[in-house]
Write a protein that binds this ligand. Sequence first.
Ligand code: FES
Length: 147
Amino acid sequence: MFEKYPKDQKYTLAILQDLQKEYNYIPKEKLIELSLYLDLPLSKLYSMATFYKALSLTPKGKYIIKVCDGTACHIRSSNVLLDEINNILGIKPGETTDDGMFSLETVNCLGACALAPVMVINDKYYGKLTSSMVRDILKEYGGDVNE
Ligand code: FES
């Protein structure tokens, strides 16, 4: 897929971003292919893939849940939201459900402090959250909610 780019190292990041978009993470085989294509050491590609937050070397879920743990959200109990998500989906920040549906991350501030505590699922914002709201929202996404 990266053959559309000239064999020039200046396209490395653009290609990595394309791979991320296509697979939702960067598979190891693709990294090896890219290293041969651009004639770049694999270690350099690894360090780029780990440096940029938007890139991931591990598979991510179809839905990425970002719970804000910035100051405003933290004092409004963002940890309760994280606990509830863990109860429902069985994942902690940095983990993905076994069925590949959900990944959970924490972020520092989503720029919506007035709505604290806040979480985002893919691009959709949810604010002034309580545990029961989290439960209802995850249900909408097909989260396996234990009644
Ligand atoms: S601290 Fe959570 S949105 Fe700003």
